[in-house]
Write a protein that binds this ligand. Structure first.
Ligand SMILES: Nc1ncnc2c1ncn2[C@@H]1O[C@H](COP(=O)(O)OP(=O)(O)OP(=O)(O)O)[C@@H](O)[C@H]1O
Length: 544
């Protein structure tokens, strides 16, 4: 790609970018939030047209108007948010939209097996996608792209959701792809991983390529300096601020599959009126997604919950926020029973919420930043005064957040959708911390943010903790989880199955524990009452 320039209103996202990717290599693209990495990849994948510049593949100049054009030239993209249909099988998902290639029958099945074997992907064509873990889903996405004939694969932050062992497996897959002559371009904020797997590294800063680095000789520190001009931060907590005053108490929290109504949006899009709702949990209980979970978080304490995605974390968060109604259990916030309180009441009562999925729960993508500042805090200052929205104050405060949290944007009138992923995250964190919560639910608080912004977010959380904030931390970034947490517990199949000591456990040991296997550094959790599935091997036993 040569001389690539792409302008958006008020921003030059790519400025005369030059990047050369060698065939049969893994090429990492790194740079701080908003540097222009996604834009460059969207241009390569035909999702966006450059204002200037040229693209050549195998020496031949190409021009893409749609992703279809790019796919036809052998380019495939695996997005960070997976795009599979849960209720279909692997085979159906892979074939979907590509029926013309090999039909939908035996020929397609044969092709899938061939690709899966050739690159060591090991996927089962008849498995239902909803039964697959995150790492398997990612393999299906890769397979889908290969099925369409991709020779150049673009992976957008592929390791953000994986535990260390899964990252190693993915890297093995990438090496297989490379050995077969395929080319991989991947975006990542995890500099250690970049050094491990990349053959070449291109650094983008403020829309332009500032250099390349050789992974054989470069260090993470040097990469961080190239990217943001600062040193690598550490999540390590040096001091303890844990008190003996309980802030959040959860007793025997149980969430069942049926009888649960998911309410996806807390507010209606433009009106932003908070909705109270009651959900009927009396319907017959199905599979337990959360099974007798009990814990206490004290003032000044960060409780980290480790677990492979899909083991009940989402249900725990949604039950704490009041988005779903538990079948049983009691939730007490600062001495008040909030089990039956609405989302709005919980928020006003002092719960801050950094959601797992910022697009679904954190932002109104098509609304300007200042409206997003109000979201979830409609009745609170400075957004409203005497029950009336104070838009002037909300706008002013949005500008403050943008400044303090270094949200890179041309202004507060742009839509949230036009911010880069990391900058969207900074806006959410800034908003939630601005209300001085008593208790913060922080799900992947630094997902997708660069090392500089990561340090800033960690500092903000640590600072608030010093003032007595209690935090429930859920993160796929095990360094973050171990580094920030005062107390660590492992969730597995809806239960808290083990406790770990953040001072001694390694990410590898924690990763093993998360998959339900035993580890010498773990103690079985003691406050889980007898399980419902007596007779089967319990996860506690496995953890022991
Ligand atoms: N559709 C759009 N409309 C307006 N501005 C946009 C649009 N897409 C991107 N931008 C802007 O272009 C710049 C580069 O964004 P891009 O998403 O490419 O960054 P990035 O390097 O991928 O960041 P991150 O690491 O946070 O994902 C940002 O300032 C962003 O706000």
């Amino acid at each position: 790609m040569h001389g690539i320039t792409k302008r958006f209103p008020g921003v030059v996202a790519n400025k005369d970018i030059a990047i050369t990717v060698r065939k049969g290599t893994v090429h990492a693209l790194i740079g701080e939030n908003g540097a222009g990495k996604s834009t460059l990849m969207k241009i390569l994948y035909g999702m966006q047209k450059p204002d200037e510049g040229t693209i050549a593949i195998d020496g031949e100049q190409v021009s893409f108007n749609t992703p279809g054009d790019a796919i036809a030239r052998g380019i495939g993209m695996v997005h960070q948010h997976f795009m599979l249909a849960d209720n279909l099988t692997v085979l159906e998902n892979v074939v979907l939209g590509g029926e013309k290639l090999y039909g939908i029958g035996a020929k397609a099945r044969k092709k899938i097996k061939e690709i899966s074997d050739a690159y060591g992907l090991g996927v089962r064509p008849d498995a239902l996608v909803e039964d697959l873990g995150v790492a398997d889903r990612q393999r299906v996405e890769i397979l889908k792209v290969l099925y369409r004939g991709a020779k150049i694969l673009i992976l957008d932050e592929p390791t953000a959701v994986l535990v260390p062992q899964e990252v190693d497996a993915l890297f093995d897959n990438l090496r297989e792809l490379k050995a077969e002559g395929l080319t991989v371009i991947f975006i990542s904020h995890k500099l250690g991983e970049v050094l491990k797997v990349a053959d070449d590294i291109t650094v983008i800063r403020r829309g332009t390529t500032v250099g390349t680095a050789d992974p054989k000789t470069a260090t993470t520190k040097q990469l961080a300096e190239l990217m943001v001009g600062s040193e690598l931060p550490s999540p390590e907590t040096r001091e303890s601020t844990v008190t003996t005053t309980p802030m959040l108490q959860v007793e025997d929290l149980t969430v069942a599959e049926t009888g649960v109504v998911m309410v996806r949006h807390e507010t209606s899009a433009r009106m932003m009126l908070p909705m109270d709702r009651t959900i009927d949990p009396s319907a017959e209980l199905g599979r337990l997604l959360l099974d007798g979970v009990s814990f206490t978080i004290h003032k000044g304490e960060i409780l980290g919950i480790a677990g492979v995605e899909g083991n009940g974390q989402t249900e725990l968060i949604e039950a704490l926020m009041g988005m779903i109604s538990p079948a049983a259990g009691v939730i007490t916030l600062d001495g008040t029973d909030i089990t039956k309180s609405s989302v709005r009441k919980r928020r006003v009562g002092g719960i801050g919420y950094i959601p797992e999925d910022r697009h679904r729960h954190g932002l109104l993508l098509e609304s300007p930043l200042w409206e997003n500042r109000i979201l979830g805090h409609v009745t609170e200052r400075p957004n409203s005064k005497s029950g009336i929205l104070d838009l002037k104050a909300a706008r002013k405060d949005t500008e403050r957040i943008v400044r303090e949290y270094d949200v890179r944007t041309p202004g507060i009138e742009v839509t949230a959708a036009s911010l880069s992923g990391g900058n969207q995250q900074k806006l959410i964190v800034g908003r939630e911390m601005s209300h001085n919560p008593k208790f913060l639910i922080a799900a992947h608080p630094t997902r997708g943010v660069d090392v500089g912004a990561q340090a800033q977010i960690w500092d903000a959380i640590r600072e608030a903790r010093r003032e007595g904030l209690a935090v429930l931390l859920i993160s796929a970034d095990l360094d973050e989880l171990i580094g920030l947490s005062d107390t660590l517990r492992v969730i597995y199949r809806g239960r808290l199955v083990a406790d770990a000591d953040p001072a001694t456990i390694t990410p590898e040991e924690l990763g093993t524990a998360m998959t339900g296997a035993a580890s010498g550094h773990l103690e079985a959790s003691d406050n889980h009452s007898a399980g419902t599935d007596a007779g089967t091997e319990s996860p506690e036993d496995e953890a022991r």
